[in-house]
Design a protein around this ligand. Structure first.
Ligand code: GLA
Length: 381
C-alpha cells in the first residue's frame, strides 16, 4: 500500500509525501456505553488507513482517495462542505482543529485503506484519526493532546456527518497499542491498557455484509432515549450526569415516567456498563468462559432491549452457540456489520466453515471472515 500511495503522490505532486497511518477497531465489550459516560473496551486492529501528506504552501487542501480514484480540493477555512461523502471527514477535521485555535494550512494528500466499509470496524474513525494525527504533527508541533484529537474526530462526525457518536472509535484508533485492549472510562477519560493474548483462543469477526438503511438515524434515536431516561433519573438523583451513573434501582423508580421503549434501552446500558468491569476482572484471572458468557449477554441485550441487531446477526450468534463458541455478539453500532467471536483454536475451523456454509444457504450470499490482530493506532511511519 505504501508504494502505491507514494507513487500516486509523486505522480500528482512531483515529490514524496510524509506517511501517516491509523487503524480501525474492534470492541470486546461495552457497546453503546460511550455516549452514556460508561466504559468501553476496544483495541486498534491490523486494518487501517495510510496517507502520504505534505504541506503545499498555499491555502488549498488537495486530496486524492486511491481506493475511490477520486480527487477533491477545498480551501482551508471555507464554509462550503464538500459534496462527496469521504472528503467531509477531512474537511471536518481541519475545521475542528481551527475551531480549537490550532493551525491548518494547505496540504496535498493521497490516502488508501483496507478497513472494510459498513462492517462496524470504524473506517471513518481511522480516516479522521490519520488526518488529525498528521495535521497535529505537521502544523501544530504535536501540541494538541491525543485525547483532544479523538474529540476532533468525534466532533467531525457530529457536525459534518450527522452521526452523534461517542468517543470510542476515535479513541481506539488513536490510542491503540499492539497486543492490548484499552478500557476507557468515557466520562472521565481515564484509561488502562490490558494485554490481550488469550492462550488457546482466537478472535474472529464474521461480516454479514449487510448494512441496514437509516442506521445513522436509528443510532441517534438510541442516544436520545438514553438522554431522556437519564434526565428522568436525575430528578431524583442529581448526581447522575450520564445514564451510566445510575443504579438499576434508580431506573426502576422512574419506570412509570418514561416510555417502555426508553426504559428497556436504559436497562440494557446499565447492565452493559457493569459487564465491561466484569469482563476486565475475568481477564485478569484468564477466565475466558466468563468473558464469553458476558459477550452472549451483551448480544441478547443489543438484540432484545437495545434493538440494534438484525436477522443476519442473530443467525450468526445462534450458530456460534450451537458450535460451542466461547463468546459471540454483534459488534459496533449494529444494524448489520460483524459479529465478534471468541473461539477456542481447536473449534475455529469447524465454526468458520459452518458459519460460511449455513449463512450462505440462508441469505444467498457469503459472509466475510476477518482474523484480527490487535495492533498500533495512529502513528507517523
Ligand atoms: C459506533 C459509534 C461509537 C459507539 C458504537 C457502539 O461505532 O461510533 O461511538 O457508540 O457505535 O458502541
Amino acid at each position: 500500500m505504501k508504494a502505491k500511495i507514494q507513487e500516486k503522490f509523486e505522480a500528482l505532486f512531483g515529490e514524496e509525501g510524509i506517511l501517516y497511518a491509523s487503524a480501525g477497531r474492534i470492541n470486546l465489550i461495552g457497546e453503546h456505553t460511550d455516549y452514556n459516560g460508561g466504559y468501553v473496551f476496544p483495541g486498534a486492529i491490523n486494518f487501517g488507513i495510510m496517507a502520504a501528506i505534505k504541506p503545499n504552501g498555499t491555502n488549498t487542501v488537495k486530496l486524492f482517495a486511491l481506493d475511490m480514484d477520486e480527487y477533491v480540493e477545498f480551501e482551508v477555512g471555507s464554509e462550503e462542505l464538500p459534496s462527496k461523502h469521504w472528503p467531509k471527514y477531512i474537511f471536518g477535521v481541519c475545521h475542528e482543529i481551527l475551531k480549537r485555535g490550532g493551525k491548518v494550512e494547505g496540504f496535498n494528500a493521497v490516502f488508501a485503506g483496507d478497513v472494510p466499509h459498513g462492517a462496524g470496524l470504524s473506517s471513518s474513525a481511522a480516516l479522521e484519526s490519520t488526518f488529525a494525527y498528521a495535521l497535529n504533527d505537521l502544523f501544530n508541533n504535536n501540541s494538541i493532546e491525543k485525547y483532544e484529537l479523538a474529540k476532533i474526530g468525534q466532533s467531525t462526525e457530529h457536525n459534518y456527518c450527522g452521526v452523534k457518536c461517542g468517543i470510542m472509535d476515535q479513541f481506539a484508533s488513536l490510542f491503540g497499542k499492539e497486543g492490548s485492549l484499552i478500557r476507557l472510562n468515557c466520562k472521565t477519560g481515564e484509561y488502562k491498557y490490558f494485554p490481550f493474548h488469550p492462550k488457546g483462543y482466537k478472535l474472529v469477526l464474521i461480516d454479514t455484509c449487510v448494512k441496514h438503511l437509516l442506521a445513522d438515524s436509528a443510532y441517534n434515536k438510541r442516544r436520545e432515549s438514553c438522554e431522556r431516561a437519564a434526565a428522568a433519573i436525575r430528578k431524583n438523583h442529581p448526581e447522575v450526569d450520564f445514564l451510566s451513573d445510575a443504579k438499576r434501582l434508580w431506573l426502576d423508580e422512574v419506570r412509570g415516567e418514561i416510555t417502555e421503549e426508553d426504559f428497556i434501552r436504559a436497562e440494557y446500558v446499565i447492565g452493559e456498563v457493569q459487564r465491561v468491569l466484569d469482563v476486565c476482572d475475568a481477564l485478569e484471572r484468564d477466565d475466558y468462559e466468563t468473558v464469553g458468557e458476558m459477550m452472549y449477554q451483551t448480544h441478547f441485550g443489543l438484540s432484545h432491549l437495545y434493538e440494534v441487531s438484525c436477522e443476519e446477526l442473530d443467525f450468526l450468534n445462534k450458530l456460534a452457540r450451537k458450535c460451542e463458541v466461547t463468546g459471540s455478539r454483534v459488534m459496533g453500532g449494529g444494524f448489520g456489520g460483524c459479529t465478534i467471536n471468541l473461539v477456542k483454536e481447536d473449534l475455529y475451523d469447524h465454526f468458520v466453515e459452518t458459519a460460511v456454509e449455513k449463512f450462505t444457504e440462508k441469505f444467498g450470499h457469503a459472509p466475510k471472515i476477518y482474523d484480527v490482530v490487535i495492533s498500533d493506532g495512529a502513528r507517523k511511519l
